[in-house]
Design a protein around this ligand. Sequence first.
Ligand code: MN
Length: 714
Amino acid sequence: MIRINDIIDKITENHPDAELDIVDRAYIFSARVHDGQMRLSGEPYLSHPLEVAGILADMKLDSISIAAGLLHDVIEDTYATPDEIKNMFGPEVLHIVSGVTKLSGLTFDSSQTRQAESIRKMILAMADDIRVILIKLADRLHNMRTLQFHKESKRRKIAQETLDIYASIAARLGIYWIKKELEDSSFKYLDSEEYSRIESLVSEDKEGREKYLETVKDYIEKKMNEADLECEVRGRYKNFYSIYQKMIKQNLAFEDIYDIIGFRIILDRIPQCYEALGLIHALWKPVDKKFKDYIGVPKHNMYQSLHTTVIGPVGERIEIQIRTRDMDRVAKSGIAAHWSYKEGKSIDENMSKTFAWIQNLVENQADFRNPDEFLENVRIDLFPDEVYVFTPDGEIKSLPRGATPIDFAYTIHTEVGNQCTGAKINGRLSTLKNELHTGNIVEIITTKNHHPSKDWLNFVKTVKARSRIRQWIKIQEKERSITLGREMCEKSFRKYRLNFNALLKLEEMGKAVEHFGFKTVDDLIANVGYGKITPLQIIRKVTPKPEPKEENESILGRIISHVRKKKHRAGVIVSGVDDILIKFGKCCRPIPGDFITGYITQGYGVTVHRTGCVNALKMNPERQIDVEWNKNATETYPVKICISCHDRVGLLADIAANITKNGANILGLKTEILENKSAICFLTIEVKDAEHLHKIISAIKKVGFVYKVKRIDR
Ligand code: MN
């Protein structure tokens, strides 16, 4: 077991001026609260935080990180409270310890491993301080080193999670030695047979291999020196897991893998690198397509090097990397270059920015004299544009920031989205507009036969949700237009004693479809519904002879032109349908401001009634359709008013003057004189909306000898 003094020594070695008091206090506190707890190994629990702190010291981290490492399990596993940590060690230490505790709450089973990428991103996103991740990695590393004390089933689970998630995170952050160790130890527990086989194969001819390594190394050095290229040559072994991966991916037997050993040539300047490459290629035949120039075209994460594979002295393949000292330092300083190349993935822009940032931080770590300055730089927001949420089954979904339960519903299934009526976030009911946050568990409530709403388009964030909602609205519009168009056609055709549905099957109808420039009969009928084509136009097309009777045509023509004229008002929007024929009920004469409803009428589009209209109430509810006033329209509407007054000279003139003064037209007037010198006037006037009408009525009421003014239906 590592002792606190060893850790202190390591810290002073890396940071001679480091503040050690906080580390001492953290050690004492951790020892006190973990007192009496045991590891499965039988060691006192304190050994774990000590080992973790030791690993962090090896990573050359600062005192605050190491103190946090000593305390990383106290909130989760002891009676210590967050407030205590904050009071004793300050908000930074608490922030880091809380972050580690939060991550410890996440466990993933093997069925979720296909989501490894999302999980990795989520973990990185949840830790807003890079030190949280570094402690988590050190924690996992020590847990893997002591995994033999767990039960077999638990070992496998932890090893799989380590391989899928933590090894990759280490690779991404460029802490390559941790990545290798995590991979090899996971591999050992996941497939002990293969692991032992490769282990023994590698050690089998160790002596021969070492000799080979030295020979090739010396040979390269000699050739370089002959060409006046001063360099350092290094030979290295691949880790077991990489060898295993190579065997699987390329379907090779162990004997066929020659590049278990790779070579690296380090020089001073860039031109020397290309010179060295030329020399190597002159010595040994390069393997086609294996040459990569990451000096000319650096990787996104700033990694630079020349990579080549050649056929070596005994006919084996040799991997060689050539780079400058500076490039070598960058590649090792932390944020590794290796992962994208090894794992065959490309790095997105977000990631490369992060790499550049962390790389810079790691390289300049020594320059941060002021701890505040360092702290400011270790706060990270790796994926600012994404949130990660769970399904109730624990599946992770990645969504853009600001996404809502509707977006989530559509990522599950289009029908789940379409029938979504509610949502629960972390078990509590939520509105559909609520913004989701990383870590939320989201449950969608669906109702059969429920449909998407146009409003949803105002707040959904994903392209998928948006396009699915639009698609649904479009289909609905078309379906409604087809129904409407069909009714209109059936009715008009009947007038000419034609059977529309029978005609549909005939060749003439096909010609008509073509004539109007459509692909299908449905398109043609839908366009009748949209009001773009009249049934009469179709009738003319399908029955050129005999001509429709003059009289009928004129009646129909009149009706259609009448309807079309009305349509131009466009003062009303029919829900889900664009460009439809609209009429206003003569029975109730709706004006803007009135509550209205629409009814699909046999043949002529939609008739708009006031909600309370007796005729509207008598209509078949199945024909009912939602309508609303178009706020942008500037139409005027006829409305009837009834005025009770005393019959006096000039009264009508006064009333008329008041109406005109208020900007309305008088369309009609009828007066009835009653016996007792009183009179009733019925006026039809043209108004903009209910407010306009109200203004006029108030004005008329002020005219002398007027008793009562009210709006009437007919
Ligand atoms: Mn731990």
